[in-house]
Design a protein around this ligand. Sequence first.
Ligand code: MLT
Length: 265
Amino acid sequence: MAMRIPVDGVDLAVEVQGRGGAVLLIHGFPLDRTLWASQVAALARWRCIAPDLRGAGESSVPARPDDYTMGRYADDLIAVLDALGVAECVACGLSMGGYVLFELLRRHAGRIRAAVFFDTKAEADGAEAKRGREAMADLAMREGAGAVADQMLPKLLARDTVAAQPAVVAQVRQMMARAPVPGLVGALRALRDRPDQTPTLRAIRIPVLAVAGAEDQITPPDGMRAMAQAIRGAEFAVVPAAGHLPPLEQPAAVARLLTGFLERI
Ligand code: MLT
């Protein structure tokens, strides 16, 4: 069961499980904390903290798109760490969660002792991507979250997942279809306006693992490899038979990678 933690006028739903060093798990768009359920179960020797970002999952949903930025999401997470008495954590972010993690490193570097990036990138949106965000926000407002889910689903999962794991396909679709529309619209605004984080890469001085799904169409492995090469000392791993969502598509492989990294650092 999730706790509710009040931060900056919103209530965040946060799953907290296990004992030991803190591991913060930041979900992507348009998802929620259940993305990480298998990892929370597998990392029993760590204190896993998996929040729903503002406007996602069971967290409260600010109505104004201006209330959503990557910096705002990051500041919310620091308030969650403060509320839980966590001085320092290992932070893992998938895709948009990775953009939030960059913002954590930029604003609150002292709180993050190591970072794991899944299927993300440092670059900001170009003009065409920005137009895509606006079109998706219009679609969400006109037709609801189900329409966004239908548009995104074909790009999210590996062929093997679609062929062999119907329960995962259904879970991902449901997760997206239940997303609150103002949260989607706000997240799309935050995605559209996020800063270029390539200068952040050069400044990182903590242990980093970058993980790519071998068949990710949204943030392909080559881009993740290049991102890892731009971070001093970063490790890079590819998860076979996974698309954009390795924690759901190949949970055992992801748990092995995370456990190995956490034990090494
Ligand atoms: C995500 O998975 O968080 C999004 O696909 C990120 C993006 O669209 O840039």
